[in-house]
Design a protein around this ligand. Structure first.
Ligand SMILES: C[S@@+](CC[C@H](N)C(=O)[O-])C[C@H]1O[C@@H](n2cnc3c(N)ncnc32)[C@H](O)[C@@H]1O
Length: 113
């Protein structure tokens, strides 16, 4: 894991706060409830901790698509309410049957808070 380019922090991804708040890419592939992951991604983006993110939302056993689509809608609303301009793409990739992959790019210049 430690390659010189990668620093491994053995911490809970939901509690981790990046030491430098100017991350370009936030990549997240945690096995967790999709609503929790979507909320976490939103928090990083509204705080200005990251500019762009790609993450997977695992399809739950029940509700499947509907729940994940709602989680993505809630994330959009959260970003809009916090005045973040963004581009969002979501795809169910052929080789990843159990998850939806989401990419968000922040378009607005937001100051960290
Ligand atoms: C699908 S795997 C990710 C594999 C990774 N993309 C790779 O290529 O090696 C999910 C990972 O999420 C980690 N994980 C789940 N919940 C976590 C949390 N709260 N904090 C940190 N890691 C977590 C698990 O330990 C597991 O290694």
């Amino acid at each position: 894991m430690e390659t010189g380019q990668v620093k491994h922090h053995q911490e809970d991804g939901f509690k981790f706060e990046p030491p430098r708040k100017n991350v370009t890419w936030l990549v997240c592939d945690m096995i967790e409830k999709p609503s929790r992951v979507a909320q976490l991604m939103g928090e990083w983006l509204i705080r200005g901790w990251a500019k762009e993110t790609i993450f997977n939302l695992k399809l739950p056993m029940k509700g499947r698509y509907d729940e994940v689509l709602q989680d993505i809608e809630n994330l959009k609303i959260f970003l809009i309410e916090n005045k973040v301009k963004f581009k969002l793409q979501a795809k169910h990739l052929y080789h990843d049957r159990e998850e939806i992959t989401v990419h968000i790019q922040v378009l607005s210049n937001i100051s960290p808070h």
